[in-house]
Design a protein around this ligand. Structure first.
Ligand code: HEM
Length: 523
């Protein structure tokens, strides 16, 4: 009797497990091969069909010469669509946003219907922290509001002396390279140190001294985290799906050590600042005139004063501030460094552009040897040069999103969970917006913008809408001030044939193995 009962129970279990597994497999097969092809509401949107049967376009993306390449080639094929549809890992559907009208709806009108993709979050929050970059909805609105004063033009302008003195330090470094190494300089490393110093002063009020001190611990740790070995890169990618940082292998140990040092250095600075501000709050306030004459205020002091000691109940902890600092350092360091790398490359490539830039800068310096913000802003050609640089060689590759709910954009129903990809290069190299010569570096085009190119959304380097780059004005002042310094003193020559291979895949536009130029002092 019992044997029969056992047999029935075990057969029922087998049937149950087998049905469950079959249903799961059927569901997966449906998701992989049937839904995208026959049922998805997005299936009629044009897009590339040369995808791998399981990995979608990921294979073509990995094989491309640049992280922008496949996307830009699709935009050139379908320049007037609102979206281009493609398949990615596991045949999941993704949309590349193409028209300016679709960008406007996604980035502005329905900004908060989209979220940062959870996968992207898992991939990089270990490195860049939570904070404003990964906040959503009302939380994001309130953090943007909290940063308004810090990123106001008035405060940003007061960092001009910092940019100037770091520019002079950079000139010293170039001079030493001329004396010692025949002027050969590897730009990625140098500009990365320069911009890390500047963002350190802006974010922390501390000179991390990476530019002149070759063995700066901070830069070494940052480098370890942001430029890991191929094995480290693979572990970081896997860790986004399955937590494997505990595995006792070298790349994990290196990552944990470097991340630990950065967190502890920043943690100490934060603690000390909280104590300093607490002490200062106990002292009598300086009179109004004196406080107006105060120098620039760094982000940390600002956060401690306004948010740590907030009296409205919405205060930030030391850890919150650490996350915000990590966000700003990550957002404003290699992006700006990359724009200097490409600017120097352009100067070594287009003699006519360099000649005109130099003439404009020399004229200014003759009139005003230490130009102020308004005078630098008045340099029309430099302004055009910077915008053209960010159009052709845009440092940030993409601003990925995921539909946080079912949402209709330009009449297309985008189901919740769909990846929606906005990419600066897909806008800035679109011939229907920028004309047939999108690859040509031509600063003068900014004097004659017409049609769609005159639309604010045609300039996508910093994204647009409520999540537009909060550091864009900062980076523009920094870029221009440093260009005034180095263009007036040096010229740059290519080393070797000047062929450049790009890192791919990458979140930034960067030359593989760095980029060397020869620096020459002007007469
Ligand atoms: C050439 C230099 C830069 C480029 C090309 C750039 C590009 C961008 C882009 C495209 C975004 C939007 C990302 C998204 O929505 O997914 C962004 C956001 C952001 N950027 Fe920048 N950025 C630059 C410099 C800076 C600097 C200097 C800082 C800090 C001082 C900074 C801090 C941030 C922050 C905190 C965000 C998040 C803003 C938010 O979500 O509200 N960036 N940046």
């Amino acid at each position: 009797k019992y044997a029969l009962k056992d047999t029935i129970t075990s057969s029922a279990t087998t049937v149950f497990v087998a049905s469950f597994v079959s249903l799961y497999i059927a569901h997966k097969l449906y998701q992989l091969f049937v839904y995208p092809r026959y049922f998805s509401p997005l299936r009629h949107i044009p897009g590339p069909k040369d995808h791998h049967f399981l990995l979608g376009q990921a294979v073509n993306q990995f094989k491309a010469n640049s992280p922008n390449e496949p996307y830009v080639s699709w935009v050139k094929k379908w320049p007037n669509e609102d979206f281009i549809r493609y398949l990615t890992f596991g045949n999941s559907e993704a949309l590349l946003v193409t028209s300016l009208a679709a960008h406007r709806e996604i980035l502005q009108a329905k900004c908060y219907s989209f979220v940062k993709p959870p996968f992207f979050k898992r991939l990089i929050t270990d490195i860049v922290g939570y904070g404003i970059v990964f906040s959503e909805g009302d939380d994001h609105k309130s953090q943007r509001k909290a940063f308004r004063g810090m990123f106001s033009l008035g405060n940003l302008k007061s960092f001009l002396p910092v940019f100037r003195s770091k520019g002079e330090e950079l000139s010293g470094l170039f001079d030493r390279a001329i004396a010692k190494d025949d002027g050969i300089v590897e730009l990625v490393e140098v500009y990365s140190r320069l911009t890390l110093d500047i963002i350190g002063i802006f974010g922390l009020g501390v000179d991390l001294d990476n530019l002149s001190n070759k063995h700066s611990v901070f830069h070494e740790c940052y480098h370890e985290i942001f430029d890991p070995t191929p094995a480290g890169l693979v572990l970081t990618a896997i860790n986004a799906f399955v937590p494997i940082r505990w595995l006792p292998v070298k790349p994990n140990r290196d990552f944990i050590r470097a991340n630990g040092i950065i967190h502890s250095m920043l943690g100490d600075i934060i603690k000390q600042r909280v104590a300093d501000v607490r002490t200062a709050r106990g002292q009598p306030k300086p009179d109004k005139k004196a406080s107006e004459e105060e120098n620039s205020k760094d982000l940390l002091t600002f956060m401690v004063e306004e948010k740590y000691f907030a009296e409205d109940g919405d205060s930030w902890s030391e850890e919150d501030m650490l996350n915000q600092i990590l966000n700003v350092v990550a957002g404003g360091h290699e992006t700006t460094a990359s724009s200097f790398v490409w600017a120097t490359h352009v100067l070594s490539t287009y003699p006519d552009v360099e000649r005109r830039l130099l003439a404009e800068i020399r004229q200014l310096l003759k009139r005003s040897p230490r130009p102020d913000y308004a005078e630098i802003e008045g340099l029309r050609y430099l302004n055009n040069f910077m915008r053209e640089l960010l159009r052709v060689h845009c440092p940030a590759i993409s601003a990925p999103r995921e539909a946080g709910e079912d949402v209709v954009i330009r009449g297309v129903l985008i189901p919740k969970g769909t990846t929606v990809h906005t990419m600066p290069a897909a806008v800035q190299h679109n011939p229907s917006i920028w004309g047939p010569n999108t690859e040509v570096f031509d600063p003068d085009r900014w004097d004659n913008l017409s049609g769609e190119a005159a639309d604010t959304y045609a300039f996508a380097a910093f994204s647009q809408g409520p999540r537009i780059c909060i550091g864009r004005v900062f980076t523009m002042i920094e870029f221009k001030a440093i260009m005034v310094e180095i263009v007036s003193k040096f010229r740059f020559e290519k080393v070797g044939k000047g062929d450049i291979e790009l890192i791919n895949p990458s979140v930034l536009l960067r030359p593989r193995g760095g980029l060397k130029v020869k620096v020459i002092r002007r007469e």
